[in-house]
Ligand binder design. Sequence first.
Ligand code: ZN
Length: 51
Amino acid sequence: MPYTSHGHWYGPGEPAQPEPTLKARCGGPALCPVCMREAASPDSSTEEGSR
Ligand SMILES: [Zn+2]
């Protein structure tokens, strides 16, 4: 799923799938560190606070 947990597209090309209903106004992978991190490593899309 080429979307961040904030609902921003980070995959290559253009979003083909329907966008998630939950979309934060964080600025996307370009500005938001959360989206940026998930875009950088989409395989590990878990938050860092998991001990
Ligand atoms: Zn974000």
